[in-house]
Design a protein around this ligand. Structure first.
Ligand SMILES: *Cc1c(COP(=O)(O)O)cnc(C)c1O
Length: 535
């Protein structure tokens, strides 16, 4: 049972690059099975209402622009005064759900957020038409308030933190991560040789970026183990008492472990920052809405945490590139900059002097924005305005439920139901017990092939698998023979033999097939084992 691939060479590639290779292989699989790619976290559903609402705003905006100038294929700028009334006149809420949604959304902004209706509609219309450079550059004014209430509603309900938080929308969480590392370095908050703690297993870029020549950081593993339901063990949290550790990086809920931090973990983080008020935390919370009663690290440690969120997963909009960074008005990043040695502060004053009058007062969140455009282009910085409005509309599609449905959001419930069904199908087919705990997102499943082998065919077979085959062998064969693509967990920092299955990106019935194909391949390895033993 040999295969044609150099598995040792494969293991040097990045996680997602191996997965791309597996896709090529799986398309021409030996059994002629349908190609099933469960490697991507990209969801296969979309939120429709907010998208249609955006299209309606474009139509309305063009018509409204013709009031000031109307020539073939050319119109003028809108006039904000009275624009809400004109929108009401344009929309047909009885015929279009998205029109009804837009009117409810404006109502929400007016009554709940105390915003002027004309200001809201004008920001959206100018925004979707892309009339002006983003202004203010870091985040549009109405959008920042809406996004703040959204983040509060999903992660720190009732905390009042929305009013104390500044936001920087970015090109997905991807750009947020890049900008964060870059500005931390440029502002001397992370220097070569500094230690950063990383809660593993984790989304691979968080392990790859710090080691780059650009940063040369030293990684300290703060591990979570499956046997503890991926909870961070107390002795792992204690590592953070070391003042040489400058920052903690955490994905909550985790990818690939799919577990949200529980009250005990969050209490441990609270204790750590009480002891280490200088600790910087980056918390990536893109899967927050996939557990009920999600609690953000930002709520546990608001003054120490840089919050990273993305709309990609929940709203099925990875191509839109919609992410956001949040920082409290009072935060450890600003404090650390103020405490830098005088020579470094002077150097930073020179760095930002050309774009602001008082560079020493420039907050870290605004430095992130200025740095994202190499400072020289600060005046044209900021996420594109159609993207910002798309984000605000997704956020409002959640918030408007507060008007008549309390805390519940039928769309969010549907996304959870969908992935829960897929999870149940997969585990039933595999014949292993399901984790039904409330802190499991079920967005990914992590399957330990060696453990599965041991359980089904005994410990001797388990050791045979682990000792006689490269760690990626199962993965390669699953692609080559069975046409199923999964992702190797090792790039995320799991132990060998863990495979990540995304429950987000295939039709629901395919998950039973994936379970069956895994069982089938395991049975083939076992036949080979039995044959070799019989010799
Ligand atoms: C998918 C994912 C991202 C990327 O988010 P985008 O907004 O699509 O760039 C970031 N972090 C984690 C943990 C993810 O799983």
């Amino acid at each position: 049972m040999m295969n044609n691939y150099n598995e040792e060479a494969l293991e040097h590639l990045g996680t997602f690059e191996i997965s791309a290779k597996m896709q090529q292989i799986a398309r021409k699989n030996e059994h002629g099975n349908t190609f099933l790619n469960a490697g991507r976290g990209n969801p296969n559903w979309i939120q429709t209402t907010a998208r249609l609402a955006l299209a309606r705003l474009v139509q309305f905006g063009v018509a409204d622009s013709q009031r000031t100038l109307a020539k073939p294929a050319m119109a003028g700028y809108i006039e904000p005064a009275g624009i809400y009334q004109r929108l009401v006149h344009f929309l047909q809420p009885a015929e279009h759900d998205e029109d009804h949604f837009l009117l409810t959304a404006v109502k929400y902004c007016h009554h709940r957020l105390q915003l002027q209706r004309d200001a809201v509609v004008a920001e959206w219309v100018n925004g979707v038409l892309g009339n002006d450079y983003p202004s203010p550059d870091r985040c549009l004014r109405v959008t920042e308030i809406i996004l703040n209430h959204y983040l509060q509603s999903i992660g720190y309900r009732g905390s009042g933190l929305a009013a104390a938080t500044q936001l920087f929308p970015t090109e997905g969480a991807t750009a947020a991560i890049v900008y964060a590392f870059n500005s931390l370095k440029e502002n001397h908050l992370l220097n070569p040789g500094d230690k950063i703690a990383i809660n593993t297993p984790i989304f691979p870029p968080y392990l790859q970026i710090p080691l780059l020549k650009d940063y040369e950081l030293v990684e300290v593993d703060v591990r979570s183990y499956e046997k503890n339901d991926w909870e961070i063990a107390p002795q792992e949290i204690e590592k953070l008492a070391d003042p040489a550790i400058k920052a903690l990086i955490i994905v909550n809920p985790t990818n690939p472990g799919a577990q949200a931090l529980n009250d005990k973990d969050l209490a441990a983080i609270r204790r750590v920052v009480a002891q280490r008020p200088d600790l910087m935390i980056i918390s990536d919370e893109v899967y927050g809405t996939f557990v009920s009663d999600f609690k953000s690290v930002y709520q546990a440690a608001p003054h120490n945490t840089m919050l990273v969120y993305s709309f990609s997963k929940l709203y099925g909009c990875t191509g839109w590139r919609l992410g956001v960074i949040g920082l409290n008005n009072e935060n450890v990043f600003d404090r650390a900059i103020a405490q830098l040695p005088l020579s470094l502060r002077k150097q930073l004053d020179r760095r930002y002097r050309s774009v602001v009058l008082h560079p020493q007062r420039l907050k870290f969140i605004d430095r992130l924005c200025a740095d994202s455009r190499s400072i020289g282009l600060y005046h044209t910085a900021g996420l594109s305005t159609p993207q910002q409005v798309m984000m605000a509309l997704f956020a409002l599609s959640h918030l408007v439920n507060e008007i008549d449905k309390g805390a519940s959001d039928p769309y969010i419930d549907q996304t959870r139901d969908l992935i829960n069904q897929r999870y149940a199908q997969l585990y039933t087919a595999l014949g292993i017990p399901q984790d039904k705990s409330a802190t499991n997102t079920h967005y990914y499943a992590l399957i330990d092939i060696y453990r599965l082998a041991g359980k089904r065919y005994g410990q001797e077979f388990r050791h045979y698998l682990a000792d006689n085959f490269e760690q990626v062998d199962f993965l390669v064969r699953l692609a080559e023979k069975n046409g199923v693509v999964l992702v190797d967990g090792v790039g995320f920092g799991t132990k060998p033999g863990e495979l990540r299955i995304s429950l987000a990106n295939l039709p629901t019935d395919d998950y039973a097939r994936i379970g069956q194909q895994i069982n089938k391949l395991l049975a083939e390895y076992h036949q080979q084992f039995a044959a070799e033993r019989a010799k």
